[in-house]
Write a protein that binds this ligand. Structure first.
Ligand code: KG4
Ligand code: ZN
Length: 340
């Protein structure tokens, strides 16, 4: 019986969250994330501080994941870890830890691509969650990524569109910084957008070829707009904060939806899955639901804890690769710019 049980310990440390999860046969037993508060005061992730915090967090986080799953490390079938993409210093902590643990336990080591993991998070075994059928389109939207991926099977993925500058989460966070909001600003902009008029202010959408995105122009447009208005009325931000947030969010969602519609048109695929921290945004969720009614899409949004950076999504990729016997060598190295 125990030989049929596949226990995966997964480790994620690509950016500013130290995470570990234990999975049994595709189901999550524990999913621990230690977020690093230290970056808040800097208004963004400071790479050097992130890797130091990972070093402090990794042992307690893994320990907690094993305890919560109520298993001993000797029961583990394999160790999966995020090889990239991400911040090199951060990736190195998880990679070295995973390598030494797998070596010590003499069990397989499995390298995982963080972007594939955001997509395959949809395949974690969960009651009440429908899995997308192949082929489907995946839109990964977070503080570090903005991609549209055509997913033909677990490991056959094509990036058909991506940002040429900032990620969509950065568009939220940098706009928030201009408005004096805390970091990360996405959740607060979302909250305030619900109370404001999305058409109060207009920001032009960038013109980018094909399925690619650009968000840096929007940030500059917002900055100039605010500077101009504040010059005329020093209380402009406070007086119109909800309307400004609603208008920014409306513009960002418009950019995402335009490209998604184009991707559906070009591929003929109407099953759409989203992932990444920005998929928590209530406006995006609403826009996807509208797409279901208006265009006949079927949309898939995973549980919130599987959309932001987490190790459960690394575990499911580890599980799927374990089934295929697709293991890494001890000589495997972290790769900051790993591609899908
Ligand atoms: O996936 P994630 O936790 O980490 C990265 O890989 O970046 O995503 C974090 C990003 C931040 O930019 C944050 O502002 C954004 O997700 N975010 C949101 C919302 N919740 C988180 N953006 C818009 N609306 C939200 N409700
Ligand atoms: Zn991520």
């Amino acid at each position: 019986m125990s030989s049929q049980n596949i226990y995966i310990l997964a480790i994620e440390s690509s950016c500013d969250d130290t995470a570990a999860a234990v999975m049994l046969n595709g189901k999550i037993l524990s999913n621990i994330v230690a977020s690093q508060k230290i970056h808040e005061e800097y208004g963004g992730v400071v790479p050097e501080l992130a890797s130091r915090a990972h070093q402090q967090n990794i042992v307690p986080v893994v320990d907690q994941a094993l305890k919560k799953a109520n298993i001993d490390k000797l029961q583990l079938s394999a160790i999966a870890f995020t090889r990239g993409p991400g911040l090199m210093g951060s990736l190195l902590v998880g990679t070295s830890f995973a390598k030494s643990l797998a070596y010590g336990l003499q069990i397989p080591l499995i390298d995982v691509n963080h972007m594939q993991a955001h997509i395959l998070a949809h395949f974690i075994e969960e009651a009440d969650f429908k899995k997308p059928p192949f082929p489907f389109l995946a839109m990964t939207i977070s503080g570090g990524h903005t991609q549209i991926v055509k997913v033909s099977s677990y490991f056959d993925m094509d990036v058909i569109g991506e940002t040429i500058d900032d990620a969509v989460g950065e568009a939220f966070d940098k706009s928030g910084k201009i408005l004096g909001l805390g970091y990360p600003a996405g959740p607060e902009i979302d909250k305030r957008a619900k109370l404001g008029n999305p058409k109060a202010f207009q920001f032009t959408k960038p013109k980018v070829e094909g399925l690619n995105f650009s968000f840096s122009g929007l940030k500059t447009a917002i900055l100039y707009f605010i500077q101009k208005e504040v010059k005329a009325n020093p209380n402009f931000i406070e007086a119109h904060l909800n309307d400004i947030c609603a208008s920014i969010q409306y513009t960002i969602i418009g950019i995402l939806m335009d490209k998604l519609k184009l991707a559906v048109k070009e591929t003929g695929i109407t099953h759409i899955a989203i992932g990444g921290g920005v998929s928590a945004n209530s406006g995006i969720r609403e826009a996807l639901k509208k797409g279901e009614q208006k265009f006949g899409w079927t949309t898939y949004i995973p549980k919130f804890e599987y959309t932001t950076d987490n190790a459960a999504m690394i575990a499911i990729v580890g599980h799927l690769k374990f089934l295929e016997g697709d293991y890494a060598e001890q000589s495997v190295m972290a790769s900051a710019r790993l591609k899908i």
